[in-house]
Write a protein that binds this ligand. Structure first.
Ligand code: GLN
Length: 203
């Protein structure tokens, strides 16, 4: 079944998500206006800067329409800043920062920064297809982590070693998926295939 997945194209690494979604078998289109939002089955919120994307969502009159679609059950995948935007609660937010919400988690912005700003590591991610092909290589860039997970949400991955071992970095709640890391920059499309499968299942 063909699905159309939008990539919120206000700021961040939009092109990489469009490419990864196409590789994962979806029709991928950038979304900058409500007419484009109306045409998609699901939405990816890319990495970038959550405070900026929050402001741009409001400037482009997209905040309420995206939130309404999420509340109506539209599947969504948020990576890094996108994870922050889909979280119900944020620690170390700036004054007035809002999130779209939807995932019953508390995230901490720039959480790894106290130890190291950006790093790469291998992760076991529950639910990705072709898990036997090995771990998912994960790239973290000034990333948030998840400090608290509500009963409706499921942890899919934790950092396996180093100072941040045990920290939660991937969560699923229904047809919402969030990761602290950026799978769109590695050429491994399994996280996007997991999401496209979730979109197909939700229809
Ligand atoms: N630190 C950024 C924020 O708070 C997220 C970084 C990213 O998306 N790579 O939004």
């Amino acid at each position: 079944m063909d699905v159309t997945v939008g990539v919120l194209a206000l700021q961040g690494d939009v092109r990489e998500h469009v490419a990864a979604l196409s590789s994962a078998g979806a029709r991928a289109v950038p979304v900058r206006r409500t007419s484009e939002l109306d045409g998609v089955d699901a939405l990816v919120l890319p990495g970038g800067e959550s405070t900026t994307i929050d402001k741009l969502l409001r400037a482009f009159d997209l905040f309420e329409p995206v939130q309404a679609r999420l509340r109506a059950g539209m599947p969504a995948y948020g990576s890094c800043a996108g994870m922050i935007l889909l979280a119900d609660r944020v620690l170390d937010a700036i004054d007035g920062q809002r999130t779209l919400g939807g995932v019953d988690i508390t995230v901490r912005r720039n959480a790894f920064g106290r130890q190291v700003d950006s790093f790469e590591t291998d992760l076991q991610v529950t639910g990705v297809p072709d898990a036997e092909q090995g771990p998912v290589h994960a790239v973290f860039i000034r990333a948030p982590w998840v400090e608290e997970v509500g009963p409706a949400a499921t942890v899919l991955a934790r950092v396996q070693d180093g100072a941040a071992a045990g920290r939660i970095v991937a969560v699923r709640q229904g047809s919402l998926l969030v990761t602290s890391f950026h799978p769109e920059v590695t050429g491994d499309d399994r996280v996007h295939r997991l999401f496209v499968g979730m979109v197909r299942d939700s229809r």
